[in-house]
Design a protein around this ligand. Structure first.
Ligand code: NI
Ligand code: MN
Length: 228
């Protein structure tokens, strides 16, 4: 599987010709190295409806004839914004797609879309366990630390954990390091930092602290691709 990082929580996962994008916040994201119009994808996965996650999701889905996979309430928002192809799921549920398996996990956070018509309720936010090409990626979404991460780590062999470190809205660095200990992934990658002043964080501090607990972490540059 190939993983490309586009800053914030935006990751492109690719295997066997299928491309999934997670939380595509590109327009209005100064750290994003690409523009929404340059993205080609088959699926758009959304952890919650906050504008820095749903982002360009509907535009990308329409332009690429891609399917949106998201919690039920988020798919309703996407439909109201014009999305035709959606697959609703909810926390604890998994589904086998043509590319692999997706399971929604809990995330302690909120979920609403805000536009000129007001605030649209997005239900419960989620994290994503994505298994494709024999590899499992855990995208925690926006969340605080929670004890059930231990259970997620126990029940899944996680190859890569994508964890927020920016604090204020999500886990900060020290809680994210504890999350790594709970999840026990082969590799951890920090996300959700430096996009706005209030979530500035040093990803190198995260990787150093993860290594201090004898786990592996690395910082991905904006636009960088790794193969796992
Ligand atoms: Ni959020
Ligand atoms: Mn966020």
């Amino acid at each position: 599987m190939k993983i490309t990082y586009y800053s914030h929580d935006v990751f492109l996962l690719e295997h066997d010709g299928t491309k999934l994008i997670i939380d595509p916040f590109l327009t209005g994201n100064e750290n994003a190295p690409i523009k929404a119009e340059d993205v080609k994808v088959d699926y758009v996965l959304l952890t919650h409806a906050h504008p820095d996650h749903l982002g360009d999701g509907v535009v990308l889905a329409i332009k690429n004839d891609a399917t949106i996979i998201a919690p039920f309430e988020v798919t309703l928002i996407c439909q109201s914004l014009g999305a035709q192809k959606t697959h609703a799921m909810h926390i604890g549920g998994a589904h086998n797609f043509d590319f692999g398996r997706v399971k929604l996990t809990i995330a302690h956070h909120g979920s609403a879309w805000i536009d000129d018509k007001g605030v649209h309720y997005g239900g419960n936010p989620c994290g994503l366990l994505i298994t494709m090409g024999g590899k499992t990626v855990y995208h925690a979404g926006d969340t605080g630390l929670f004890m059930d991460m231990q259970l997620i780590g126990e029940m899944n062999s996680i190859d890569v954990a994508l964890l927020p470190i920016g604090d204020n809205f999500t886990m900060g660095i020290d809680d994210a390091v504890k999350a790594v200990e709970f999840l026990n992934p082969a590799l951890s990658i920090p996300m959700h930092y430096d996009t706005f002043p209030v979530i500035e964080a040093d990803p190198k501090e995260f990787t150093a602290k993860v290594e201090a607990v004898r786990q592996k972490a690395r910082v991905m540059q904006y636009g960088e691709t790794i193969e796992i």
